[in-house]
Ligand binder design. Structure first.
Ligand code: SF4
Length: 428
């Protein structure tokens, strides 16, 4: 166990629940996991709650799980109901409301699952959910139908079946190890999975999706980083939603991962009352770049049941993107996407910059609203589709709209992913 920073953070001083916790315990991720806040009584000792809020909370907890690490809870504002940290951690009675279009599994992760723990939608990549446990159960979680159901890792037999599925499908070159949160597994168990994946020749890259740098930065120990760096090329996407989440502890955790050569990306979710503000997003992306995390996606909030109160209009996201492009480095601008309900995958919904076009001119507008004409060359026809690289290109690379440019007819029905094993998976 590494305990690099044995100092107690300032905010814990004079904070009754934790002022007596030793720095060693506080820095120990397993202590943080064991001492997660899971009951209304524990919450009452941390934040001010009205009788009405308490009743709502109790009702929520009958349907949805709550767990908050002491670390993340220590960032909450005791008195402010609108605190963005509190909103992501503490259940709200609105979670019990049904909203138009709410779905149990909007992304069809279960529909596209050939074996428990695996979602295979795109031909060359799979999602491998190795546990349903998370350090914190985020109130806006799109996977709330599964996250925390058992609060433990996938059983070994299912892990083996999932690894067998990936090994048997040679077109899978990219595996996203997710959950739940895969970094709630101990190093040995996680290393077993990474080693097995790395031994599959056709798996080129491994990506880890984890919120621990945000809600449990103590998990990012030197031991963990030493283990992870054996399995490059390895990417890690995390999930900061608000600049206040980038604390010195979180920054240190990201620094350790980056020092291990792991490319870091961030996937934020646009959340009403948390970060649906151009100034907050601007501050977030700038702070992310300072801690060596590249803003990757900004997700429109999904249509999962119980999170409708977090959803904003799509226009809010577009306005936020307008406030970023041209106003900060391009490196800090995430792609704004809707993960299409029904398993349609991620669809970018960014602002439009092409205002009009003729057969040889494009009229573009920049971030200030000024118009510019770009003249296309007289001889602009590309020889590309006839080149040798194109003719050798695997068939999959030119499906959908890209395939139409190459003269193929569009796919009209749900297609099947070709597999090397008898099991077939629908890919929408
Ligand atoms: S860490 Fe991710 S999977 Fe877990 S509850 Fe939060 S958003 Fe959901």
């Amino acid at each position: 166990m590494n305990r690099r920073n044995e100092k107690q953070p300032e905010r814990l001083k004079d904070n009754p629940p934790w002022e007596s916790v030793s720095p060693g315990d506080w820095q120990d991720w397993r202590w943080q996991m064991r001492n997660r806040i899971t009951s209304v009584a524990q919450l009452q000792s941390l934040i001010e709650l009205t009788a009405e809020e308490t009743a709502g909370l109790e009702e929520c907890l009958r349907r949805f799980r709550m767990a908050v690490t002491p670390y993340y809870a220590s960032l909450m504002d005791r008195a402010n109901r609108k605190c963005p940290i509190r909103k992501q951690a503490v259940p709200d009675v609105s979670e019990l409301e049904e909203n138009e279009g709410d779905m149990q599994d909007p992304l069809h992760e279960d529909v596209d699952s050939p074996t428990p723990g695996v979602t295979h939608r795109y031909p060359d990549r799979v999602l491998f959910m190795v546990t349903d446990q998370c350090a914190m159960y985020c109130r806006h979680c799109t996977r709330r139908r599964t996250a925390g159901t058992h609060d433990r890792p996938l059983p070994p037999t299912q892990i083996e079946r999932a690894l067998g599925y990936i090994a048997g499908n040679r077109q899978v070159r990219d595996v996203v190890v997710s959950g739940g949160d895969p970094l709630t597994l101990g190093n040995d168990r996680l290393e077993y999975i990474l080693k097995r994946l790395r031994n599959i020749n056709h798996v080129e890259i491994i990506r880890i999706g984890t919120r621990t740098p945000v809600v449990l930065p103590q998990r990012i120990t030197e031991d963990l980083c030493r283990m992870l760096k054996k399995y490059h090329p390895l990417y890690l996407n995390t999930h900061f939603n608000h600049p206040r989440e980038i604390t010195p502890e979180a920054a240190e955790a990201c620094g350790r991962l980056a020092d291990a050569g792991i490319a870091l990306g961030n996937q934020s979710v646009l959340l009403r009352g948390v970060n649906d503000c151009p100034h907050i997003m601007h501050a977030l992306v700038k702070k992310l770049l300072r801690v060596r995390v590249r803003p990757y996606y900004l997700y429109q909030c999904d249509m999962s049941r119980g999170i409708g109160h977090f959803r904003t209009g799509v226009g809010r996201g577009i306005e936020i993107l307008e406030s970023l492009r041209g106003h900060t480095s391009g490196l800090g601008i995430p792609t704004y996407v809707i993960d299409a309900p029904g398993g349609g995958g991620k669809i970018p919904v960014n602002p439009q910059y092409v205002v009009s076009r003729s057969d040889h001119k494009l009229i573009l507008r920049n971030f200030e609203g000024r118009l510019f004409a770009y003249t296309e060359p007289e001889q602009s026809r590309s020889e590309c589709h006839k080149c040798t690289d194109c003719s050798k290109c695997p068939e999959n690379a030119r499906e959908g709209v890209a395939g139409m440019f190459a003269g193929k007819t569009p796919v009209r029905k749900a297609r099947r992913v070709k597999t090397d094993s008898p099991r077939q998976v629908s890919s929408r």
